[in-house]
Design a protein around this ligand. Structure first.
Ligand code: NAD
Ligand code: UDP
Length: 336
């Protein structure tokens, strides 16, 4: 019995593969490498000693999916495959809806055809829009401010409808807060294609000398120091959450949403100073205007995942900083 990992060559996928293999799961990766390369999977092999079976293909390709389900005994799917750049999604919304929404429809259709009805889906805290209060519980109202977020919320709604129509599905919707850091080995990590959009890879690229300074997007928010506050979670903790969710699907849960975060809010300026003190590296920064669409503050209420999945983020902010830096300094050009 095999777990199909769509998007397994990506940032969160590779870290989850390491945990799946440690738990002796049989895995099969499906990835079209639109935002990754096979090199990341070779590194997973280096860490685990296990060769990762991989199909190069697209979740939109029904024939490819049919072949996978015909040729392999797939018992469940962890579905990471998706595009994730907010700015790009505003410029090319159709690409995002095609890939993230239509691709997931095709995947679910083929899963149903082969009676594989267990899926763990990568959603995001972005589905909470601009929350009126924090911490955010799973029952907060849902809204979105850009096509990327809308694609995640659409898929969530599709999955909820799917379960309503057929109660034999078991679906875990994981709403990630802000994944950062890297595997302790320094062999796998986040490898942005271009100029990073996200804070953590930008900080590490400044520290390694690839960028001159960090722009801190606003210091006039209503937060502890005026800069934006987020719930950063170590990617290895996040990966472990997927194993717990996969296990939970065996218990006939239906369709359930879980916040995966730490429950702590950390500001941009706190991130910079934590990085500097843990790694002894300066991160020059300038305060600039707010980034359009950004919210002031977002962090999770994590009790539900803790109680239901028996999972809790264990790694500290210092671990996140040390591991992110270890990856960046050993691989200044990512997997290239
Ligand atoms: P990533 O880009 O590193 O990994 C995604 C992988 O999916 C890549 O290897 C890419 O090549 C593959 N892929 C994309 N479209 C595909 C398709 N049509 N067919 C086959 N493969 C395809 O991203 P990540 O950070 O690992 O994120 C994984 C998932 O988690 C995504 O769905 C993302 O939206 C979601 N998510 C990420 C974050 C984050 O900050 N990293 C936060 C919340 C949610
Ligand atoms: N941020 C920043 N400079 C950057 C990138 C991000 O100041 O170059 C801030 C951003 O405004 C937000 C926080 O860092 O307050 C996290 O941003 P990121 O894009 O990583 O995650 P998201 O906004 O999606 O939660």
């Amino acid at each position: 019995m095999t777990v199909l990992v769509t998007g397994g060559a990506g940032y969160i996928g590779t870290h989850t593969l390491v945990e799946l293999i440690a738990a002796k799961k049989s895995v099969l990766v499906l990835d079209n490498y639109c935002n990754s390369s096979v090199k990341s999977l070779l590194k997973v092999t280096e860490i685990t000693g296990v060769k990762i079976p991989v199909i190069e293909g697209d979740i939109n390709d029904k024939e490819c999916l049919n072949n996978i389900f015909t040729q392999h005994d797939i018992e469940s799917v962890i579905h990471f495959a998706g595009l994730k750049a907010v700015g790009e999604s505003c410029e090319q919304p159709l690409k995002y809806y095609q890939n993230n929404v239509a691709g997931t429809l095709t995947l679910c259709e083929v899963m149903g055809k082969y009676n594989c009805k267990k899926i763990v889906f990568s959603s995001s805290a972005t589905v909470y829009g601009d929350p009126t209060t924090v911490p955010i519980t799973e029952s907060f109202p849902l809204s979105t401010t850009n096509p990327y977020g809308a694609s995640k919320l659409m898929v969530e709604n599709i999955l909820r409808d799917l379960y309503q129509s057929d109660n034999s599905w078991n679906i875990a919707i994981l709403r990630y807060f802000n994944p950062v850091g890297a595997h302790q080995s320094g062999l796998i990590g986040e490898d942005p294609n271009d100029i990073p959009n996200n804070l953590m890879p930008f900080i590490t690229q400044v520290a390694v000398g690839k960028r001159e300074f960090l722009s801190v997007f606003g210091d006039d928010y209503d937060t502890k120091d005026g800069s934006g506050v987020r719930d950063y979670i170590h990617v290895v903790d996040l990966a472990k959450g997927h194993l717990k969710a996969l296990g939970k699907l065996e218990k006939n849960i239906g369709c359930v949403e879980y916040n995966l975060g730490t429950g702590s809010g950390v500001s941009v300026l706190e991130m910079v100073s934590a990085f500097e003190s843990v790694n002894g590296q300066k991160v020059p920064y300038k305060i600039t205007d707010r980034r359009p669409g950004d919210i002031a503050c977002c962090f999770a209420q994590t009790d539900f995942a803790e109680n239901e999945l028996n999972w809790k983020a264990e790694k500290s902010l210092s671990d996140m900083m040390a591991d992110a830096w270890n990856w960046q300094k050993n691989n200044p050009n990512g997997y290239e």
